[in-house]
Design a protein around this ligand. Structure first.
Ligand SMILES: [Zn+2]
Length: 221
């Protein structure tokens, strides 16, 4: 047998961190529980673990991390420089917790405008959910700014042009988790929430990757 073949099994395969590109040296514990390690210990330790639940418009929202540090730079590399290899990294360390908290739920990514998706070439939130193997339904649509042009500034601020797609009826009787990367003013979340509330869903929660505002900039009810 050739020596290279002997070492060709997956346990000995060199794996590289998707964030810093250094080789990942797995501890026996990580080797035992992780099938496809994505990040090295150092990069994992840089992820801020926030894990707080706050209510927004009566909806409990779980915030995973803060909008800073390694997560913030991942988001920029992912969204602006299209580093799609990062897609499974965002939720990775939080997944056991997310699965425990939302075991039979359908995740609904909040919509980006059609022109953003076209320019980027992908819908980044759907990609994160797909890469994390969470059950999701993209059933919200956001009009492009071109379609919003005939509206006044104030109208546009009030109405982000979010509507339900026909497949949204699949959510009937389901437990829904609205998913976004950063909650800034909460207006996209709120408008998406209003659309989802038109369907008879069983429950609605929120899941936000990064907390931008530490709670002071939007009304907590
Ligand atoms: Zn790393």
């Amino acid at each position: 047998m050739e020596p290279s073949k002997k070492y060709n099994d997956t346990t000995n395969k060199e794996i590289y961190c998707k964030s810093c590109f250094e080789e990942i040296h797995l501890s026996p514990i990580r080797r035992a529980i992780e099938k496809n390690p994505l990040l090295c210990d150092k990069c994992i330790s840089k992820i801020e673990k926030k894990l707080v639940i706050r209510k927004f418009e009566g909806i409990p929202i779980l915030f995973l991390s803060n909008y800073s540090g390694i997560m913030e730079s991942w988001l920029m590399n992912f969204k602006e420089y299209k580093d799609v290899e990062l897609a499974p990294c965002f939720l990775s360390i939080f997944l056991p917790f997310i699965r425990l908290l939302f075991p039979f739920h359908t995740f609904v990514p909040l919509p980006s405008s059609k022109e953003r998706i076209e320019k980027r070439g992908f819908d980044h939130l759907s990609m994160i959910l797909q890469a994390s193997k969470l059950p999701f339904l993209s059933c919200l649509e956001k009009r492009s700014s071109g379609e919003q042009k005939n509206k006044s500034f104030i109208e546009r601020r009030k109405d982000k042009g979010i509507s339900l797609l026909p497949n949204a009826s699949q959510l009937q009787g389901k437990r829904v988790v609205l998913f976004d990367d950063v909650l800034t003013t909460g207006s996209t979340f709120l408008e998406s929430l209003k659309q989802i509330q038109k369907i008879e869903v069983k429950s609605i929660h929120g899941l936000i990757l990064m907390d931008h505002h530490e709670g002071q900039d939007f009304q907590i009810k």
